[in-house]
Design a binder for this molecule. Structure first.
Ligand code: PAN
Ligand code: ZN
Length: 679
């Protein structure tokens, strides 16, 4: 069994003006994946996928592994490069049994709002509608129609903080193996709710998420369900795609039940929307500092939530530092301010030196740094390590006034307190540690006797009502507290969306404007899900003048006379019907094989027929009996105006293959043709 895998993960904060470039993704192409191993073990879904598949003896084909830490908008060039490497790998992979891909789900480029949907549609366009594709998503993914249409099934993180990345990969790989081995035809339905939520009010070990995740497990255990999950979206992006979603994957035959289940999960979340409150006590900055220092004992940890790198902020604001200095609060550590230039100043000066720093930024709206005199306590070069939660950076520890500050060479997440020890800091010295973070990692949480959120301004402000949106959908709870959502209306939208699924991989993002390009041949049609009708001689005996000849043939076999390849299409009267017919060569008595023939019932409409292969002709007859004949051969186009019954005859010795296009409003009228003895 051969399964292709790949990873493209980025959570894009469009408010952070710093672009995310190709180098930030540190792409590994092809087999380079196997010469690194940072993705193995518990860190990433990629590890869960690769290790599960390999343990089952599957040949795993890598494509691209590209993961960048959450940050500003991805450049179009970076995405285009990664996309084309992925597609190239798929084209070069040879026959595949399936694809198991890791996405984050909340990526945006300068001009593409839904790169994941774009990528998966492009992949589907290459592999055709039938190859099983399973994708892992971050819980904070956006879910778009383009994504749902291109992918069969999903597995989403079920924990926040995300401690089940690896397990999610395992689940996705097992799901894919099941689909392949049992040859299941699988779809995913998505019930969406207009709900804007951030990680800080949706941690999974507190209510209401704890209970909702329990419902996800319960839903997943049902027989007809292959996987159920919630996605919550990512609030720090000005984009048309916002909202939470209940995603359920299962066999296509159970689609209605899956829709019911998804709506029931979505309703449960919607009913609990008012219970999504911050997991820590949250205060404006000054009050947070007061509250943190209220008792003399213990260590308080305050999250500078507005400038949180794990939500994509730059992590360079000096707002909290300035406030601590202005208030003369001592015994405090600020972790971490990212500023490469200041780090270099400290490195050059060395430990013990006194330096003038132009540190970070004072506000998000200007580039003005905070000027301060600092004593360099220590400098730590050679620490740089990449890779998600394990990411650490070279840094200097400085003292400004009575506040200690970690000045990092790179923007990093404050995830593991072991980093503080690596920098030679003694945590027990501090009463207060300010971390640029939202919700704390489990390690940090267990460190503090008291943990608080400071509602600071910045590109990751958790005051969601204050985020400046211009492209986001309206309304969105809780920005508009009276937002209405109704399950019955969502059901209608989901049912209409489900109608489009057979077109998987060939329609564009615009659900109601199908656009596609497919190979112009019966095989091309079939690859894209065409419905094939086979007409055998036994169904066509009335067409031939020699019943004895018919019976003689049928005594031996019942040959296929022609096949019609019909796209699962059109959807509306204003569309076009586009079929390809293969009319085989053969004779019954003296007569060549022919199609049944029909009028287009009132209103009479026209049809054009293009010959693709072989030789033959179209016989036409008006209701008043007048007869005509035109060729239908490779390279001809024949036009039958309204009011003429038409039938095609294969006069040659090869299959006659022709394409027919007519208005979608036609009704084939075979009866009148038969009654008039159309010959
Ligand atoms: C053609 C025919 C097709 C099969 O696409 O439907 O060749 O012929 P019968 O419908 O007569 O069996 C067409 O004329 N469409 O309208
Ligand atoms: Zn016709």
């Amino acid at each position: 069994m051969r399964i292709l895998t790949g990873t493209l993960m980025h959570e894009t904060n469009t408010f952070n003006p710093q672009s995310t470039v190709l180098a930030d993704f540190r792409p590994l192409l092809g087999d380079a994946l196997f010469t690194h191993d940072f993705w193995r073990g518990n860190a990433e879904s990629t590890g869960g996928i690769v290790e599960t598949l390999q343990a089952e003896g599957v040949e795993v084909l890598p494509s691209v592994h590209a993961v960048a830490m959450v940050s500003g908008t991805v450049t179009d060039e970076a995405y285009a490069e990664i996309r084309s490497s992925i597609l190239e790998a798929i084209r070069a992979a040879g026959p595949l049994d399936g694809i198991c891909f890791c996405l984050h789900g909340s990526m945006r480029t300068a001009s593409i709002a839904d790169p994941e949907g774009d990528l998966m549609s492009a992949i589907r366009g290459i592999v055709g509608p039938r190859l099983p594709i399973v994708v892992t998503l971050d819980m904070h993914a956006k879910v778009t129609d383009a994504l749902i249409r291109s992918v069969n099934a999903f597995a989403v993180f079920r924990t926040a903080p995300h401690t089940d990345r690896y397990d999610t990969g395992v689940r996705a790989a097992e799901l894919l193996l099941r689909i392949i081995r049992r040859k299941l035809d699988v779809v995913t339905v998505a019930a969406k709710i207009p709900f804007l939520v951030c990680g800080e009010n949706s941690m999974t070990d507190v209510e209401p998420m704890r209970e909702l995740i329990a419902a996800v497990y319960e839903t997943s255990r049902q027989k007809h369900v292959l996987n159920a999950d919630y996605t919550l979206g990512f609030p720090w992006a000005d984009t048309p795609h916002h909202g939470a979603c209940a995603l359920i994957s299962g066999e296509t035959v159970h689609r209605d039940a899956l829709i019911d289940d998804a709506l029931s999960l979505a309703s449960r979340m919607w009913e609990k929307r008012e219970q999504f409150v911050f997991s820590e006590r949250a205060y404006p900055l000054d009050e947070a500092l007061d509250e943190a220092l209220r008792e003399r004992e213990g260590l308080a940890i305050v999250s500078d939530t507005g400038d949180n790198p794990t939500a994509g902020a730059a992590g360079d604001l000096t707002i909290v530092l300035e406030r601590l200095l202005a208030r003369g609060i001592s015994g405090t550590l600020v972790a971490v301010i990212a500023d490469p230039a200041s780090y270099e100043v400290c490195l050059a000066a060395g430990a013990g030196a006194e330096v003038e720093l132009a540190l970070g930024k004072r506000t998000t709206d200007s580039d003005e740094p905070f000027h301060a005199r600092a004593i360099v306590l220590s400098v730590h070069a050679g620490l740089d390590r990449a890779g998600h939660s394990k990411e650490i950076s070279d840094a200097a520890v400085v003292r400004i006034g009575e506040v200690d500050v970690i000045v990092a060479k790179r923007r990093i997440a404050v995830y593991d307190p072991a980093y503080l020890t690596q920098l030679g800091l003694d945590i027990s010295q501090y009463r207060l540690i300010v971390v640029k973070s939202g919700y704390l990692s489990p390690q940090y949480r267990s460190l503090g006797t008291k943990t608080l959120f400071a509602l600071t301004p910045g590109h990751s402000s958790i005051v969601l009502r204050a985020l400046r949106f211009s492209k986001a959908p309206d309304p969105l709870y809780p920005r508009e507290l009276d937002t209405v959502w109704r399950a019955d209306e969502e059901r209608k939208r989901m049912a209409a969306e489900a109608e489009l699924l057979p077109m998987r991989g060939i329609i564009s993002d615009h659900a109601h404007e199908p656009i596609f390009a497919i190979p112009f041949s019966p095989a091309g049609y079939e690859k894209y899900g065409a419905h094939v009708t086979r007409r055998r001689l036994s169904q066509l005996r009335h067409l031939y003048g020699d019943p004895v000849a018919v019976d003689q043939i049928l005594a031996r076999e019942d040959p296929v006379v022609y096949e019609v390849y019909e796209m699962p299409y059109p959807y509306r009267e204003t569309d076009l019907l586009i079929n390809i017919t293969v009319l085989y060569p053969g004779r019954v008595g003296g007569e060549p094989y022919m199609t049944k023939g029909h009028f287009h019932a009132e209103p009479d409409t026209a049809e054009a027929v293009i010959g693709l292969e072989g030789d033959g002709e179209m016989l036409l007859q008006r209701r008043d009996g007048e007869l005509r004949k035109v060729p239908v051969s490779e390279g001809t186009i024949s036009y039958a105006g309204g009011g003429w019954a038409h039938r095609v005859v294969n006069t040659g010795s090869r299959p006659l293959v022709f394409f027919a296009v007519s208005g979608a409003n036609i009704v084939h009228d075979y009866e009148t043709a038969e009654r008039l003895n159309f010959s």
